[in-house]
Design a protein around this ligand. Structure first.
Ligand code: SF4
Length: 392
């Protein structure tokens, strides 16, 4: 496999030295990553990402692509913050806040369909204080003890801790006692202070976001990490963001997965002042995060944002997870995503198989629930698939 990738990249390529480092298992630097973002041959960058994915997975699992049968719950869209890229929060008369009973009723609809994870995040709403979330989590656990509760971003933890005047650790311990099983990685946005200032992001600066995840890891919680693009960031901002995550993972080791996200602009006023990520940009985010994050087990192609075709190609650029069936997704669709609101398990498996991989249904912390035998598919060469999406 090692000789093959070096031959494919070619000894005269401008990134031949980086390819050699990848094959030798040498950690890539900030400069390496910036060169990969600026390299003109996207396919070579993708091949390196795919190589790193296969090597991390090991021989037996190198064709595995994971998904989970889950649902999203968003108990409130009222938020005291006004991040300029957010279309989800504060839509005037359409603001809502669910009672605990309403949360349970919504959850029951997913549980009856056989989900095994509830992914719950919401706005920063003073009505939804720590007592509210303790009650929500403990009620969900009492009603549905077999369901994994992945909930509360670092942003929500910071807000609740400040509201109560207690530490992040105390806040997390109380939520864990109520039933919290793991944390999603939302709210990281882009860590760069200037981009955040332009986007009016006053919540959870990088040191706080990273500290809260570190505390969660020390309490035994697994978490994920995200990066939001299309909000005026440059390549250097993205690389620095990913490197801060790598540094935190070296220390606390609890991140399961990295998820690059892109901004949708419906309902915002930022579209004319930022560059919308192209398909080329999105595929590089997948491949380069896989290469830089040598200590993250999984990289996710979030199908609900990428759409089915691009998510499939992302699997050949280093991603090994398509996320979930996602009943009731609201946040990306509030901002204009045109993807379906949910996918059936069968469709999820079909997508993975037709991309040439083996579907694996997982639980939240990547325990394998079911491996689906790979179907006999006629795979289009990667070059053709990428050309269809990038137009080159
Ligand atoms: S991105 Fe999060 S913190 Fe910012 S306004 Fe939207 S819900 Fe509130």
């Amino acid at each position: 496999m090692a000789t093959g990738i070096l031959q494919e990249i070619g000894s005269t390529s401008a990134i031949a030295d980086i390819a050699k480092k990848v094959v030798d298992g040498e950690r890539l630097t900030r400069e390496d990553a910036i060169r990969l973002y600026n390299h003109d041959d996207l396919l070579s960058v993708g091949m390196l990402g795919e190589y790193a994915r296969r090597r991390a997975a090991g021989d037996e699992k190198q064709r595995y692509v994971y998904y989970i049968h889950n649902m999203h719950l968003n108990p409130t869209n009222f938020c005291v913050e006004t991040c300029r890229f957010c279309s989800y929060a504060n839509p005037g008369n359409d603001s809502y806040t669910w009672t605990v009973d309403q949360v349970i009723d919504e959850a029951r609809k997913g549980v009856e369909l056989g989900i095994n994870e509830i992914h719950m995040v919401g706005g920063l709403n003073p009505i939804c204080d720590l007592n509210y979330y303790e009650e929500v989590l403990s009620s969900l656990k009492r009603e549905f003890p077999h369901i994994h509760l992945k909930a509360m971003t670092a942003v929500e933890i910071e807000y609740l801790a400040n509201l109560e005047g207690i530490s992040y650790e105390e806040t997390l311990k109380r939520l864990v006692a109520a039933g919290l099983n793991s944390m999603p990685g939302g709210g990281a946005e882009i860590f760069d202070d200037e981009v955040r200032a332009r986007m009016h992001v006053t919540k959870t600066p990088a040191p706080v976001w990273l500290e809260i995840h570190g505390i969660a890891h020390s309490l035994g919680l697994h978490t994920t990490a995200t990066m939001l693009t299309g909000i005026g960031e440059n390549v250097e901002n993205k690389v620095d963001h990913i490197l801060l995550l790598r540094e935190q993972q070296d220390k606390s080791k609890g991140f399961m997965c990295f998820i690059p996200l892109k901004c949708y602009y419906d309902g915002t006023t930022i579209k004319d002042e930022v560059k919308e990520p192209s398909n080329d940009d999105l595929l590089r985010d997948i491949a380069i995060s896989r290469l830089l994050l040598d200590n993250f087990p999984h990289i996710k192609a979030y199908w609900i944002q990428l759409g089915e075709s691009l998510a499939q190609v992302a699997l050949s650029f280093g991603a090994d997870d398509l996320d979930g069936t996602i009943l009731r997704e609201k946040i990306t669709h509030a901002a204009g995503a045109k993807t379906p609101l949910q996918l059936a398990k069968e469709r999820m498996e079909e997508l993975i198989q037709s991309a040439g991989y083996t579907p694996v249904e997982r639980d939240t912390v990547y325990n394998i629930k079911r491996v689906v035998e790979p179907a006999q598919t006629i795979e289009l060469p990667l070059k053709e698939k990428v050309a269809a999406l990038i137009g080159s």
